[in-house]
Design a protein around this ligand. Structure first.
Ligand code: SF4
Length: 403
């Protein structure tokens, strides 16, 4: 039986996609290895045929070893249109490949190509703002084992981003690609990370007017979060990655030594009190630790007042875990179905922000397509639609530049 769009998204994350050499990718977004390397795949848009969510944006692994053995293959071309063929049963799925933004190669006034400042991940702009994450400079390194930030920042993107370059790139992405949200991240910077990022938040809010998300290692002085909120930050996220303590210590040695898991949940809870419900998230990786730990961590994130962002583990080429197996589809489907149900039971207003499609993860919003059609489902969907409509003027005000 053919998969629905969310099931296909999950299976593509688990199995990857082959791109035969004779399939032209003219005009499509190039595979870009920036930030942690999670976006190192091909950006693909899957029409869903559902009013709930007309399309799903996804970043499909294509360069990793497991993707070379994928039953899925890309076919077609820019003129006739693309489709994904499942060679197991010959089923086909029409897809679109989003265009490479014309502004990627444009220079900032300091002569830096804009795609060395930020890249599109789905419909939002992602910028790694801080210097390279400090976990990479320990000896031996304490980097998270799935991450390739230490290889990307400084080679595939600028080592340090000037505020003026960031502002110009944000403004261009807003004007030409309709971006509504910029996500700033920067790994671990000791106690200086949040201080470092504040002028960027201020400048973007002041001169561009975008929704701004910040994702940095948690710091023990929570008053920094009050300051970020007063500067206008709209979203804060915390990457706790794994719920099981032993897996956390094994996969994230730096985070285990510098922070410990509890700090992530305390920071989530603190920030959830500062920002509107649904504006804080906890990020985890599914497919490494046992399934029960992943499900329990989803609940723990929601209990802290945040929403769960669940990445399907990608054995990214060049990372310490590049030879690990990619996750099992059936397990990942269970996780994503659980995410939706857990959000539903807490009335989390997922998917309320305008034009925000995230390609690196199966969003709670995408996973609505997995849910059973019960009265509770329709009640929650009606609530989400109302939340989206009611929040429109609020988001519009937040996206006006202050100057
Ligand atoms: S904290 Fe971990 S995932 Fe984040 S940039 Fe550093 S090594 Fe990579």
């Amino acid at each position: 039986m053919p998969l629905n769009a969310c099931e296909l998204e999950i299976d593509l994350f688990c199995r990857g996609l082959r791109v035969p050499e004779d399939v032209p990718l003219d005009g499509a977004r190039h595979v870009s290895r920036t930030r942690a390397g999670l976006g190192s795949g091909l950006e693909v848009v899957i029409p869903t045929g559902s009013k709930l969510k007309p399309e799903i944006w996804t970043n499909v692994p294509v360069v990793e070893r497991f993707a070379k053995r994928s039953p899925y293959r890309l076919a077609g071309g820019p003129d006739a249109g693309y489709e994904i063929v499942n060679d197991r049963d010959r089923s086909t799925y029409p897809v679109k490949l989003p265009a490479q933004p014309e502004w990627y190669s444009r220079l900032t006034s300091r002569d830096v190509p804009m795609n060395r400042i930020g890249v599109m991940q789905g419909t939002y702009l992602g910028i790694y703002v801080n210097p390279v994450c400090a976990f990479w400079s320990y000896s031996p390194p304490l980097n998270c084992r799935f991450c390739t930030t230490g290889q990307n920042v400084g080679s595939n993107e600028e080592p340090v981003k000037a505020i003026s370059d960031v502002v110009e790139t944000c403004r261009t992405a807003k004007e030409e690609s309709g971006v509504t949200f910029v996500h700033l991240n920067g790994g671990f910077q000791g106690s200086r990370g949040l201080e470092f990022i504040k002028p960027y938040v201020s400048a973007i809010k002041e001169s561009v007017g975008l929704l701004v998300g910040v994702q940095l290692a948690p710091e023990r002085d929570f008053t920094h979060y009050d300051e970020l909120v007063s500067l206008g930050v709209d979203h804060l996220s915390f990457c706790v990655e794994l719920g099981d303590r032993r897996w956390f210590e094994r996969v994230c040695p730096g985070k285990a030594r510098a922070h410990g898991q509890n700090l992530y949940f305390s920071a989530m809870a603190y920030c959830s009190d500062l920002l509107p419900y649904g504006a804080v998230s906890g990020e985890i990786i599914a497919g490494l630790e046992p399934l029960e730990s992943t499900l329990a961590t989803i609940d723990r994130i929601l209990d802290a007042g945040a929403f769960p962002t669940v990445c399907i583990f990608r054995p990214t080429a060049g990372s310490d875990l590049e030879n690990w197996p990619s996750p099992d589809y059936a397990e990942m489907r269970t996780v994503m179905e659980y995410v939706y149900e857990a959000c539903r039971s807490r009335w989390m207003p997922i998917g309320a922000a305008p034009n925000l499609e995230v390609s690196l993860v199966v969003t709670p919003d995408d996973s609505a397509l997995l849910a059973e059609r019960t009265a509770a489902f329709y009640g929650y969907e009606a609530f989400r639609r109302a939340a989206r409509l009611l929040a429109r003027p609020w988001f519009a005000a937040r996206m006006r530049s202050r100057s």
